[in-house]
Every structure is written in C-alpha cells, then in structure tokens.
Design a protein around this ligand. Structure first.
Ligand code: PSU
Ligand code: MN
Length: 309
C-alpha cells in the first residue's frame, strides 16, 4: 500500500483496492460526463460499458465522484446509478469546489480538472474521458478558460480524450497548453482532433501511433521530473465522425441561444452539450458515446503498457 491510501478523504472501491494491492493498472474516469454531459439513461449505460471495456483490456476502472463526505475512487453500481439519475442535481466539481463538496457531504461529479487531481492523490496515472475543457470562444472578454488546462499544467496524469470541442477556441486552447508546458499527442495522425470531428485543422505537437509508444513517452516525460499532465488526443472512429461544417451549424445556434439566455461560467459546457444533442436529434450524443468507448479501449491498453506506478 502506498501512502496515498492514507489520505482520509479517499475511499477506494473494493475492486480498485484489490487492483492496487496486486499491482494491476487502474484507469480513472470522470463523472461530470455522467451527471452533466449526457442524459439518463444513456449516461448510465455508457458509464457501465466504458468500465467493462477497460476491464477487457486487463485494467481496472475507477470512476471518481464525491459522496457522503469522501472522494470515491471507484463506484459501486448503485452509486453509479444514483449519480446518473441525479443529473444536474449533482454539483459540478472543479478543483476549487472539491473541499466544499467533501466538507458539506454533497453529491458531486468531478470534471477533468478535479478527476486529475483525485487520480493523482490515488496514485493513478491514466485517465479516460470524452473531451477536455479549454479556452472558450470570446475568452478575451469573458476570461472563461477551463480549469482543466491549469490542472494539466500541474498534475502528472495522462488524459485520454478525443481532443476538445469546437465549442471552444481551439487555437487559443493549444496556445495555453503550450504556455504551460503540456504536451499534446495525437494518436495515429498529425492533426489535433476536435471531438466530433477527427481533424480540427490544427496540428498536434506530436504524433504517436501505439499504446507502447505513448507509454514510453509518458515514462520519459515523468522521469524528467516534469510536473505536468499530457493530452493524449485520440480521434473519434471514422464511422462515427460528424463533418465539421455540420457541427458548426448546430453550434452557431447553440452559442447564440446561450448568449440570449445569459448562460455563462460553469453552466456553459453542459448547456451547449445538451442543445447540440437536441439540435442534432441525438447524433452528437451517439458520437459522444462512440468516442468515449474508443478512448476507454486505448486508456486500458495504455495503463497496461505503462504498468504499475
Ligand atoms: N467536454 C465534453 N463533455 C463534458 C465536458 C467537457 O465533451 O462532459 C465536461 C468535462 O467534465 C470538463 C468540463 O472537465 O466539462 C469542462 O467544463 P468547464 O468548461 O466549465 O471547465
Ligand atoms: Mn469555465
């Protein structure tokens, strides 16, 4: 057992505690995507399927959320169901909200930022999600830059994602990551993927093609003592891709509605995701599910290649 297990705020699920005890790799999963990123029951079905895909690769999944005054590293099926049904009633927890949720024993879903932080506390190096937050369009005025980027700057966890959505300002997102020394690796291609779309039109910093290569890169990154995370950007499978122009049409409308309704801050990403799913008549949701599953397979393989940490 490592000293992390002594952190009194962490509560390990039996499956995860067992994996740690025998040195089996663990993969962290976020819970904002469950509570706020997808509707019930698709969110629950996806969360379960993602966990099973990770198990099938020989790793152990640990979905992270705050309940009953503890940070849970791995959820039981009733806990996962409760979270999926709570939806917007669960708090959306970024780094700044964690202590409040623990102290007040609230139900909280962790974002990329807070899941990274909790994963690091629990000694987990690989984390699978759908997309990372970034610099929002209009950020020069609103200053809305996701805490995900600052967490990537300081927390040594690899985030397997499908890039970032074009609801964000992607060139500025990559600029901020560069400023903070966060490598952006594209998997199997040179382009930085844009979530629903395989190619954002921007180039990632590096291309790596296999889990073994990515694991070796991560080992070198952390052996150098670099304190940051790494973005492992895995493009959505071709058959589930939505063309960029199609996404842009839905997005233009969703962004206009957000502005009319005065939606901003932490409500912004969940609002836009929900409107995209409605405007696309479920197509964006189907793509979201496909890319998370694809990321789970890669994340499981990557954790196995990386070995116990
Ligand atoms: N992008 C998605 N789906 C999501 C999110 C982002 O495609 O569910 C969630 C993640 O939890 C991410 C958070 O960390 O939104 C970013 O929110 P904000 O922009 O408020 O930092
Ligand atoms: Mn924000």
């Amino acid at each position: 057992m490592t000293t992390e297990s002594l952190n009194p705020c962490l509560r390990f699920a039996p499956e995860v505690a067992q994996a740690r005890a025998v040195g089996r790799p663990v993969v962290a999963l976020e819970s904002t995507i469950v509570a706020h990123g997808m509707p019930y029951p698709e969110n629950l079905h996806t969360a379960r399927a993602v966990e099973d895909l990770i198990r099938a690769e020989g790793a152990t999944p640990a979905t992270i959320a705050v309940m009953e005054g503890c940070i849970h590293i791995g959820l039981s099926d009733p806990q996962l169901t409760h979270l999926a049904q709570s939806g917007q009633q669960a708090m959306k927890l970024s780094r700044r909200d964690l202590a409040f949720a623990v102290a007040s024993r609230r139900l909280g879903a962790t974002t990329v930022a807070s899941t990274m932080l909790c994963a690091a506390l629990a000694g987990i190096r690989v984390f699978v999600t759908g997309g990372i937050g970034g610099v929002h369009r209009g950020a020069p005025q609103s200053m809305d830059v996701s805490a995900d980027l600052l967490e990537l700057a300081r927390t040594p966890v690899a985030v397997v994602c499908a890039g970032a959505k074009s609801i964000l300002d992607l060139p500025l997102t990559l600029e901020v990551l560069e400023t903070h020394g966060v490598p952006v690796v594209a998997v199997g291609q040179s382009a930085f993927p844009a979530f629903y779309t395989r190619d954002s039109g921007l180039t990632a910093d590096f291309q790596l093609d296999t889990p073994t290569e990515i694991a070796h890169f991560l080992q070198c990154h952390w052996r150098l003592g670099l304190p940051s995370g790494v973005v492992v950007a895995n493009p959505v499978p071709m058959e589930s891709e939505i063309p960029r122009v199609t996404v842009e049409t839905w997005l233009a409308q969703a962004l206009a509605e957000a502005e009319q309704q005065g939606i901003s801050g932490k409500a912004s990403t969940p609002f836009l995701l929900k409107r995209l799913a409605e405007l696309s008549q479920g197509r964006s949701l189907a793509t979201n599910i496909a890319l998370v599953k694809n990321n789970a397979v890669l994340g499981g393989r990557l954790a196995v290649s990386l070995g116990p940490t």
